[in-house]
Design a binder for this molecule. Structure first.
Ligand code: HEC
Length: 168
């Protein structure tokens, strides 16, 4: 009983080792035949959903006077727009190309928001934020997506994030 059990497990072991060697040989033989996976390019709508999140968090951070978090979100928004220009320089049959619209419509408002954050000036922040939001909506209109309207967030949809500044 005991001996035959050992015999079975020995046979399984040999089979596994053989299979392993066969696999290693197959992998080693033709590495060039395995095509790399295609690079993932998020759609413009996907990038915009991230922009929407950052736009919301930017407001909540500014409202809470959490200037470090606001500075972070404004940088993230800038990077998101860089991604749009790099990945979607043109879009469907849009009469205005995102690569042209972004420098014209949101780069200056983003700089204004950044300046208000650096000054830690709530009134300037609110004003610059509204200018940015108008830039978002102007671009939606210009690209035939005027039905997508954004605004100051009416409430906080992020119950698991602390927006108040860290007390140092
Ligand atoms: C290039 C001009 C442009 C700018 C600037 C722009 N958007 Fe968009 N946005 C678009 C286009 C085009 C779409 C539609 C994309 C698609 O085809 O799915 C869109 C879609 C959206 C959507 C809908 C996403 C969804 O799937 O529900 C939201 C929300 C959005 N944008 C938010 C913003 C916010 C917030 C800003 C500013 C911080 C902004 N956008 C700035 C062009 C722009």
């Amino acid at each position: 009983m005991r001996a035959s059990k050992r015999g079975v497990s020995g046979a399984v072991g040999v089979t596994l080792v053989t299979a392993g060697l066969a696999l290693a040989a197959a992998c080693g033989r033709s590495p060039a035949a395995v095509a790399p996976p295609p690079a993932f390019v998020p759609g413009l709508g996907e990038i915009m959903s991230l922009q929407q999140m950052r736009h919301t968090k930017l407001w909540l951070a500014g409202e809470a006077r959490n200037w470090d978090l606001a500075a972070y979100e404004v940088d993230e928004l800038g990077e998101g727009f860089d991604d749009v220009v790099a990945m979607h320089p043109t879009h469907k049959d849009s009469p205005v190309a995102p690569k042209d619209a972004i420098p014209r419509m949101v780069i200056e408002p983003l700089a204004e928001v950044r300046a208000a954050i650096e000054k830690r000036d709530p009134a300037a922040f609110a004003q610059a934020y509204d200018t940015l939001t108008a830039g978002c909506n102007n671009c939606h209109k210009a690209t035939n997506f005027g039905f997508n309207r954004v605004q100051r967030p009416a409430s906080n949809p992020y119950p698991n994030q602390v927006f108040e500044p860290v007390v140092k």
